[in-house]
Design a protein around this ligand. Structure first.
Ligand SMILES: [Zn+2]
Length: 259
């Protein structure tokens, strides 16, 4: 880990691939090919993320996000338009991305409001591929934490960028999240890759997530679904299995089984 400035530290996680940590609050990832670079997520944008990225590459940078939450899209204004799945293009998400709210969040976290551009979200869909030159990054839909959550896959390097979909502190209680049953399908897809030796890189914490941890999260989520099935689930069961644990699942009791 190397500190770039007071806001950003950079960790090389693979050849030409970096995790950028913003104040310990969120991660974004820079994936560099021979012609272009892809910035996956942008954190809040509490510091000069553009300058941080420029220190790592002089290639043109495309920005895409795993989902449209402001701690993943906030920094995009320093770059330009960004790619995001259409399912996350909701009024609620657009409100959370409002420049004023972003500015307030940045100032509250001790950050500095940065020069920003007026930008828009460009559509991203399942199966899209970012060709960076000698390196291809595939997009797969993984509805869960949000309906429009995607993961980015580098098959050659066996890297998965999973956003907030399999975090140890899994947030499924916010507006825009899907049911736990639908989340489970996505989690199993991610787990399937991890069983083949892919590593998952997440949007928060130190960015690492083990196969064993994802298996435990799946087991807990299945327990919640089963409790609901036999009428034993209460909204006080969230977070599950308990507050303050290493793994904590926040859920909405009305979004458990597929509608
Ligand atoms: Zn999120």
């Amino acid at each position: 880990m190397a500190a770039v400035d007071q806001f950003y530290t950079v960790e090389r996680i693979h050849a030409d691939t970096y995790r950028i940590d913003e104040n310990g609050a969120a991660n974004c990832y820079l994936v560099i090919g021979s012609e272009k670079a892809l910035l996956i997520d942008t954190c809040w944008g509490a510091g000069d993320l553009n300058e941080c990225v420029r220190r790592l590459t002089d290639k043109p940078v495309t920005v895409a996000v795993t989902h449209r939450h402001p701690d993943h899209t906030g920094g995009a204004r320093q770059f330009g338009d960004f790619y995001a799945h259409e399912q996350d293009n909701t009024r609620f998400n657009r409100l959370l991305e409002h420049p004023l709210l972003n500015r307030l969040a940045i100032l509250r976290s001790g950050g500095k409001a940065q020069k920003s551009k007026k930008i828009k979200a460009l559509p991203l869909k399942h199966g899209d591929v970012f060709d960076l030159g000698g390196r291809r990054i595939e997009v797969r839909s993984v509805p869960g934490h949000t309906a429009g959550s995607v993961m980015f896959i580098d098959h050659e390097a066996k890297l998965l960028f999973t956003g907030d979909n399999v975090n140890p502190h899994l947030w499924m209680h916010r507006p825009g999240a899907v049911t736990l049953e639908e989340w489970m399908d996505s989690a199993k897809l991610i787990l399937g890759y991890m069983e083949q030796g892919y590593t998952a890189h997440t949007g928060h914490g130190d960015g690492t997530q083990s196969k064993e941890n994802v298996e435990i999260i799946c087991r807990y989520v299945q327990e919640i679904i089963d409790k609901q099935g036999c009428g034993q689930l209460s909204k006080n069961d969230s977070p599950y299995p308990e507050k303050g644990g290493e793994i904590e699942i926040q859920f909405n009791i009305h979004r458990i089984t597929r509608k």
